[in-house]
Design a protein around this ligand. Structure first.
Ligand code: F6P
Length: 409
């Protein structure tokens, strides 16, 4: 008889996106009426031993015998719960923990021998994302007795301890090794027939966006003159627009605002952040506006007069034209994709994500979610008094250009 039940076992160092994937996988299954449940070891530890001792890095040292034993017991508790869940009618149990050592994985296999196991290993070594991710982690109650710098140190030390015992998947029978930042499968091995395999695979490589608010920065001094690039500030009118945006989004629960590194996007984000309960602005270099090279800070009229060849050649093939010393839409593509991946990874379980970008950048972001012919991308409408609301889930796609006015959402 075909086995329709499955154990999914997450593997990976802390802050690699395991819990996000587990939670979203559970949601995806449940939407399709498949009974799935996550069993997270950290949650047990926080529930049953919420003490400073278990929150300190040394609790994770492989030399700390009491710590090792306590963590083994929490792992066993979840193993039993996961097994019971499948026995009582569940379809998929997801074990969410580092499961970094082969010993731990053998213990899981010995105890969960009634249904197949699929391991999912999450890897991501992007330093910037890792440090932003760790920064978020240490804001949780577990670290509230420590100041920020100390908490960061403790968490990094905890990762080091896990690195000491971490052995990547290799000998296990069924696994997917995932670059969890880029949603890319790096390696997979499948020795047993597994239920839900292609569904899980599809899920792992698909971007899920519940609500993305894509906004162009408010009015700048350069906009008044039709001047491009540079790093101008917002005009008074631009600042008012930013406050209107802030009012509009005040009830929307935004945890992160991803901007470029330019003043105009950060200044637009600041009032929005200030009206949220807890919100961080994350400036990403990937979202900087197209680099116009030798034309930076010029008006279109000036370019036309000073560099007529540039002006005319760009007009003929705007998507592919590379500004001398700068970029084209085509050459921006890779960094924009990376920026989107970073934003989605960091946004984790939050429902709402906000990006404040620029005209060309926002066109490229839109084109990532909504297919457009390349030649049309540089002409997508990106006004400053409206924003795009994008939903891109497996069962729903939505692209809406909306005006932000006085009524908040
Ligand atoms: O607001 C102006 C701007 O963002 C410039 O910095 C940039 O060069 C331009 O828009 C991109 O638009 P286009 O590709 O249509 O020139």
């Amino acid at each position: 008889m075909e086995d329709n039940k499955l154990y999914v076992v997450m593997v990976g160092l802390p802050a690699r996106g395991k819990s996000t994937i587990s939670f979203r996988l559970q949601e995806t299954f449940r939407r399709d009426n498949i009974h799935a449940k996550v069993f997270n070891n950290g949650n047990l530890r926080r529930k049953y031993r919420p003490t400073k001792e278990t929150y300190s890095a040394d609790f994770y040292s492989p030399e700390n015998k009491a710590g090792v034993e306590m963590r083994r017991r929490f792992a066993m508790m979840n193993i039993h719960r996961a097994k019971t869940y499948l026995r009582r009618g569940g379809d998929v149990s997801i074990l969410d923990a580092t499961n970094a050592s082969p010993q731990r994985r053998r213990m899981i296999e010995r105890n969960l021998d009634d249904h197949p196991i699929l391991y999912i290993e999450c890897v991501n070594d992007d330093r910037e994302i890792l440090s932003l991710s760790i920064n978020q982690k240490v804001k949780t109650p577990e670290f509230e007795h420590l100041d920020h710098a100390r908490a960061l140190k403790e968490f990094e030390k905890r990762i080091k301890y896990y690195e000491m015992i971490y052995v990547p998947l290799y000998e296990e029978r069924n696994y997917i090794k995932l670059d969890s930042l880029h949603n890319r499968i790096l390696r997979e091995k499948l020795m047993d027939p597994l239920p839900y395999y292609s569904r899980i695979r599809d899920f792992l490589v698909t971007d899920i966006v519940k609500n993305l608010f894509l906004i162009r920065h408010a009015e700048t001094y350069y906009n008044l003159e039709d001047r491009i690039g540079g790093d101008p500030s917002l005009t008074e009118r631009g600042k008012t627009q930013a406050v209107t945006l802030a009012e509009f989004f005040k009830n929307r629960n935004i945890s992160f605002i991803f901007t470029s590194q330019k003043k105009r996007t950060i200044q637009t984000a600041e009032p929005i952040r200030d009206m949220q309960r807890s919100c961080t602005i994350v400036p990403l270099k990937e979202f900087n506006e197209i680099d116009a090279g030798i034309c930076e800070c010029m008006t279109y009229q000036e370019i036309r007069e000073k560099y007529p060849t540039i002006y005319n050649t760009r007009k003929k093939d705007k998507y592919n034209y590379v500004y001398p010393g700068g970029e084209s839409y085509a050459t921006m593509r890779e960094r924009i994709e990376t920026g989107i991946k970073k934003a989605l990874f960091l946004n984790r379980n939050a429902d709402n994500i906000m990006i404040i970008g620029h005209r060309a950048v926002n066109r490229m972001i839109l084109a990532h979610f909504l297919y457009r012919r390349e030649e049309d991308v540089p002409f997508i409408y990106v006004p400053q008094d409206k924003f795009y609301h994008i939903v891109a889930k497996q069962d729903k796609k939505l692209f809406q250009l909306r005006r932000y006015g006085l009524v908040s959402i």
